[in-house]
Ligand binder design. Sequence first.
Ligand SMILES: Cc1cc2nc3c(=O)[nH]c(=O)nc-3n(C[C@H](O)[C@H](O)[C@H](O)COP(=O)(O)O)c2cc1C
Ligand code: SF4
Length: 468
Amino acid sequence: MSYKSLFEPIQIGNVEVKNRIAMSPMNMGYTGPNGYHSDQGTAWYAMRARGGFGLIITECVVMNPHRWGGQECLNPSLMTDERYYRFHSELTEMIHHFSGCKICIQLSPGWGRQGHPHVESRDCPAGAPSAIPMRTDLRNINKGWEKQVKRLAREFGGEEIEKIVPDFSQVSKMNDEEYEGFRTWALETIGTVSPELLHVVDGDTPRELTREEIIDLEDRFAVQASAAYKLGYDALEIHAPHGYLLHQFLSPRSNHRHDEYGGSLENRSRFLTNIIVKTREKIGPEKALGVRLSGDELMPGGITHEEVKKVIALCKDAGVNFLNVSQGSYENPAAAFAPDGEDEFTKWAPGFKEASGGLPVITPNFINPETAEKAISSGKTDMISLGRQAIADPFWPVKVKEGRTGDIVKCIRCQRCYMDLMTANWARCSVNPAVGMEKYYPELFLDTPKLLKKMNLFKSKIKDLPQI
Ligand SMILES: Cc1cc2nc3c(=O)[nH]c(=O)nc-3n(C[C@H](O)[C@H](O)[C@H](O)COP(=O)(O)O)c2cc1C
Ligand code: SF4
């Protein structure tokens, strides 16, 4: 099969991307203490740039300076002020050593009610549109998650404990009353086996953000966004999917406000559109500025695809020039982060294109190059992005280009990577032993002709110098 469409360049704002293959934003928890980028984080991205990705989208980076939400615990990468800048410029410079690879920062104003508790913030609840806690519905657990729940139970208590893990296909059929009983038991058990997981399943009650706090976040976002381009990022994606803070404002399920940030869809979109307008004012009309949205919240009372399309039109008017598709929220874990198969998200892409009047659209959730090629050649999406498949095989793009598709290491959807993150472990992959150890294997990625040429010149000038 020919993979011609995958290797056509594409224009996003003022950026030309060399192919149609992006790496999805994925927080692997490799950030160093206090939210600074680490060498492992840089090596992790560099290996994917070496593998031929046209666009690397970073893990979600938070610009919110407040401790509520305790960002350090799970999604720790921060860019709240100048202290963080030089680590970001080191990363962008590294990625630009790989021919034509572009890098986009995913920037977020925070987690809101999906915020994770942190030792320093336990007494200060996260700010959200309304004081409504997040409640993950365990009836949405799919095969990948079930495997991980069983693994954790086995590791904690051996086979006896593993045996008490229910068959989640039966849990999914429970009515509300049966489910409440099950949920109480499940929370007690999770609290014993892996307390770190509790806050992902059962969020703390947040507090309602004041109007002044929201405006302050909008202004700060625009400042940090404009700094990001100066630090070498080619593009910026506003993080508004998966039930996080911006999504919470969009959703009637989590936003019960009565001021200009709640009520009508236009009001619920105001935090997001103000961020776009204020950022555009600072960066000018050309730069690549996009937004990631869940195509549908896939929860009762959540924002629907029809409403999301209207939000997209508002975002386009406010000034974005590309879009990234996702779906769901933490409350529906099988939808947002972990479909068992592939190509589940492409169904939303035509709606994104139509609502935005044809802006470039990026769509994740692929394993096989044939499926990815078809999604592009059919015109449904403009770029594909690899999430877990980029963890499993950083060299997917170059293998496809070289016709070595038989050498691709395929993601088996076991969900180990994500569960490691959720349980505050170092993220590893069941099929790729290099994951989490990239910094120890520079020979796998630091062989770019551009870098080697510079280094060889430098080395030639110290050749045969005696030790004095
Ligand atoms: C370990 C992990 C971390 C993730 N972190 C983020 C993130 O920081 N921001 C985001 O928008 N999506 C995040 N996602 C979701 C992915 O971007 C992607 O949409 C999802 O994994 C589905 O695509 P896939 O089937 O190709 O993996 C994460 C997914 C995984 C597996
Ligand atoms: S195979 Fe690797 S990338 Fe895929 S889900 Fe499992 S751990 Fe994650």
